[in-house]
Design a protein around this ligand. Structure first.
Ligand code: SAM
Ligand code: SF4
Ligand code: SF4
Length: 374
C-alpha cells in the first residue's frame, strides 16, 4: 500500500456509533438541525470505486493499484440502503440521489432503484430518485434504470474536446461515449437530465462556451448544463484557489455569447442558481459552493458506501449507522438516533471558509468525495 494512502484510509474509519436516545418522539417529518435546517435530501454513495481517475477527485497518484477500496462485505446491501432511506424519509427526506464513486459500477444498481421507487414520502408521494454518473455505462444501463423507476439523472461531462476531456478523466474515456449515454437516457424516457461540468481555470475553462453551445443545440430544453466551481473536497486533489473560476466569471463568458435571464429558485436549498437562454433554448445553472456558500439552506445528508452518515461534504467524521443496522437495532431506535444526530448538526463549512482566508477551513483532514458522494 502506498504511503500517501494512510491518512485517507484513517479518515474513512473516523466515525462514532450514534447514541440511541431513551425517550424519542417518533419521526414526524419536521426534523430540524441547530440552525433550523430541515432534512430533505439524502445522497447515498453506493460504491467507492470508479473507472475514471478525474484529477480533481481521484488522482491516479493516490488512487493507484495499491489503494485499498472497501471490501464487498463493508458495503451496505440494497436492503440495508432501502431500510435506511425509509427511516430518513420518515424524518422529511423526499429526494434520494445515488452517487459514488461511479454508481453504475455497482452490480444490479437498477434493482436498488426499483426498491427505492416503492417508497413513499410522509405525504404519500413518490420519492424523487436521481443518479449522478460519469456516463460511461449509461448507454448500456439507461433503459433498465428507467424501467426501474428512474426519472432523473445527472451526467458529469467536463469538456467536449476529446483531448481536454480525456486528460481530465485520465483514463482516456471519450466524451463522445458520454454524449451517447446522454442520448440513450433521453431516448429511454428519463425526462430530467442535467449535465455537470466542473470548471478548472487553465484546464477546461475554454470548453465553457463550446459545451454550452452543444447542449443548447442538441438538447434544448431537454437537458440543463450546470457549471460547478472546483471545490476543495477531500485531501488528495491538491486544490488551489487560483484554479477556481468563479461562477460570476463563467456566466460573464456565456453572456458574451448568449443572452441570459435569471430564473427564480424553485425550491429552498436548491444548489444551483438558474438562468435561461433568452431565446428559449433551455437553461443553465451555476453551483457556486466556493464563492457563494449556500450552507444556510443546506438540507442534505450523505451516507457513505459503508453506511456512515456525514452531515456535510467537508465533515471530518461520520456516524456509523451500519453498526446499528447490523447490531440488531429496531427501526424506531435507528430513526431516533438519526434524529438526535441531525438535531445536533451545525455544519456550515463553506460559509466559514468564505469568512476566513480563501482556501482556509478544516485543514487537510477531510473525507474524500468518491467515498461519501458528490
Ligand atoms: N462518478 C459520478 C460522477 O462523476 O458523476 C458520481 C460521483 S462524483 C464524486 C459526483 C460529482 O462530484 C461529479 O459531478 C463530479 O464532477 C463532482 N466533483 C468531484 N470532485 C469535485 C471537486 N473537487 N469539485 C467540484 N466537483 C467535484
Ligand atoms: Fe469517478 Fe466521478 Fe470522481 Fe470522476 S468525479 S473520479 S467519475 S467519482
Ligand atoms: Fe452543506 Fe456543508 Fe456544503 Fe455548507 S459546506 S452547503 S453545510 S455540505
Amino acid at each position: 500500500m502506498g504511503e500517501s494512502v494512510n491518512p485517507l484510509a484513517d479518515l474513512r474509519y473516523a466515525a462514532t456509533v450514534p447514541r440511541i436516545p431513551e425517550h424519542a418522539e417518533p419521526p414526524n417529518g419536521r426534523l430540524a438541525d441547530r440552525l433550523g435546517r430541515p432534512l430533505r435530501d439524502l445522497r447515498i454513495s453506493v460504491t467507492d470505486r470508479c473507472n475514471f481517475r478525474c484529477t480533481y477527485c481521484m488522482p491516479k497518484e493516490v488512487f493507484d493499484r495499491d489503494y485499498r477500496f472497501l471490501p464487498h462485505k463493508s458495503l451496505l446491501t440494497f436492503e440495508e440502503i432501502t431500510r435506511i432511506a425509509r427511516l430518513f424519509i420518515a424524518h422529511g427526506v423526499h429526494k434520494v440521489r445515488l452517487t459514488g464513486g461511479e454508481p453504475l459500477l455497482r452490480k444490479d444498481i437498477e434493482a436498488l432503484v426499483a426498491q427505492l421507487a416503492q417508497l413513499r414520502t410522509a405525504a404519500g408521494e413518490r420519492l424523487d430518485i436521481a443518479v449522478t454518473t460519469n456516463g460511461s455505462l449509461l448507454e448500456r444501463k439507461a433503459h433498465a434504470l428507467h424501467e426501474a423507476g428512474l426519472e432523473r439523472i445527472t451526467v458529469s461531462l467536463d469538456a467536449l474536446d476529446e483531448s481536454v476531456f480525456q486528460r481530465m478523466n485520465d483514463v482516456g474515456f471519450a466524451a463522445a461515449d458520454v454524449l451517447r449515454g446522454i442520448d440513450a437516457a433521453l431516448a429511454a424516457g428519463i425526462a430530467r437530465v442535467k449535465i455537470n461540468m466542473v470548471v478548472k481555470r487553465g484546464t477546461n475553462d475554454r470548453e465553457i462556451v463550446p459545451l454550452a453551445r452543444h447542449v443548447r443545440e442538441r438538447y434544448g430544453r431537454r437537458a440543463a448544463l450546470r457549471f460547478i466551481e472546483y471545490m476543495d473536497v477531500g485531501a488528495s486533489n491538491g486544490w488551489r484557489m487560483d484554479e477556481v473560476l468563479p461562477s460570476a466569471e463563467v456566466r460573464a463568458r456565456l453572456a458574451a455569447v448568449f443572452a441570459l435571464e435569471p430564473l427564480e429558485a424553485t425550491a429552498r436549498g436548491e444548489t444551483a442558481q438558474r438562468w435561461r437562454y433568452a431565446d428559449g433554448a433551455g437553461e443553465v445553472g451555476f453551483v457556486s459552493s466556493v464563492t457563494q456558500a449556500f450552507c444556510r439552506d443546506c438540507n442534505r445528508a450523505r451516507l457513505s458506501t459503508e453506511g456512515k452518515l456525514f452531515l456535510c461534504l467537508f465533515a471530518t467524521h461520520g456516524h456509523d449507522l451500519r453498526a446499528l443496522l447490523r447490531g440488531g437495532a429496531s427501526d424506531e431506535d435507528i430513526a431516533a438516533a438519526i434524529g438526535l444526530v441531525w438535531r445536533g448538526r451545525e455544519d456550515r463549512y463553506s460559509e466559514l471558509r468564505s469568512a476566513a482566508q480563501p482556501g482556509a477551513g478544516g485543514g487537510s483532514r477531510r473525507v474524500e468525495m468518491h467515498y461519501i458522494g458528490g
